[in-house]
Design a protein around this ligand. Sequence first.
Ligand SMILES: *[C@@H]1O[C@H](CO)[C@@H](O)[C@H](O)[C@H]1NC(C)=O
Ligand SMILES: *[C@@H]1O[C@H](CO)[C@@H](O)[C@H](O)[C@H]1NC(C)=O
Ligand SMILES: *[C@@H]1O[C@H](CO)[C@@H](O)[C@H](O)[C@H]1NC(C)=O
Length: 380
Amino acid sequence: MKTLFHTILTLLFFEAISHTLPPLASSFPISPNFPAVFNFGDSNSDTGELGSGLGFRLQPSYGQSYFFNPPSSGRFCNGRLIVDFLMEAIDRPYLRPYLDSISTQSYRRGCDFAAGGSTIQKANGASISPFSFGVQVSQFITFKYKVLQLIQQDEDLERYLPSGYFFKNGLYMFDIGQNDLAGAFYSKTLDQVFALIPTILDIFQDGIKRLYVEGARNFWIHNTGPLGCLAQAVSLFGRDKSKLDEFGCVSDHNQAAKLFNLQLHGLFKKLPQLYHDSRFTYVDIFAIKSDLIFNHSNYGFDHSIMVCCGTGGPPLNYNDKVNCGSTANLNGTIITAKPCNDSSKYVNWDGIHYTEAANRFVALHILTGKYSETASFWNL
Ligand SMILES: *[C@@H]1O[C@H](CO)[C@@H](O)[C@H](O)[C@H]1NC(C)=O
Ligand SMILES: *[C@@H]1O[C@H](CO)[C@@H](O)[C@H](O)[C@H]1NC(C)=O
Ligand SMILES: *[C@@H]1O[C@H](CO)[C@@H](O)[C@H](O)[C@H]1NC(C)=O
């Protein structure tokens, strides 16, 4: 009797797991089995959200290497982003931005809530984006509520909108935190930035919890890249050469990124204990981008920090007063920031964002599976 009972329990137990966690090929870190993808983040994965939300169009140099028509894609890049390459890898259309009101794309396979300039912390007067992480999560909740209500009224809408099954079994992706750190350095010392990290991650965890409550079960978290290697950081914080490491990156900024990642990884290890029926993947973007920057010449790139689309000449070709594609009058001198001739030789596009060539490199490395870890309560 006891054995039978135990057998039944065991069977129920495995039933439960196999129902809650769809199969994932272990050698392949992102799977076409996920019916939809919902993405949250900043400009690293913004497919047009900030432009739609604030009503601006980027200069045509943005998107010039891939999105010809219309010439500007709303992406902070000359072409595709990491998330675009990941969607290509699983044979999906690019994610449509939540606030995009006019499009031929549908939301059936997911939606992108990421907006350039967004932080995990609540937006304040200095924020570029009002769409901080908590707002993005709220937007998702509104989206889901409206979608399910519409489908309930008319089942045919499942052709354009994600069904309840798609929400439950979808992949929830995150790439956010870079702007919290970058912004903090304008007013804080390194120790103060370090001290802020647990607060930032508490807010991140709160967003994960809200998504879990909504039924999200598959989480895919990118850590943050080497912030100190962006030309913007180097030009503003690296004038004193003693602030730079041997690769020409601002060491304080990279130390903050490393501590953020260490604590984010700690959270990643903790989450399965809180949410037993969920799966979490942590992707080490920092390692991939560092490898690309430090070993760029081995990978066919000529420049790691110098920007493709900028002005100011060597060593950085970057001037924070003139954005890529625009013209400014600097003390009587008219200066235009123009794209370089061959963006595939540059890691950095405009001082803050990576080129399409660099994004492709990062995505291909993610797809090897060597930079990701997956954890769930059942395999702790
Ligand atoms: C650069 O490449 C070498 C040789 O492949 C490797 O050992 C090293 O870890 C790379 N650097 C970074 C920062 O990844
Ligand atoms: C413009 O000139 C002022 C005064 O000489 C100087 O402080 C400032 O740095 C200059 N700005 C630029 C962008 O060169
Ligand atoms: C691009 O190439 C043209 C022709 O070779 C050259 O004149 C121009 O200076 C180059 N522009 C840049 C930004 O390197």
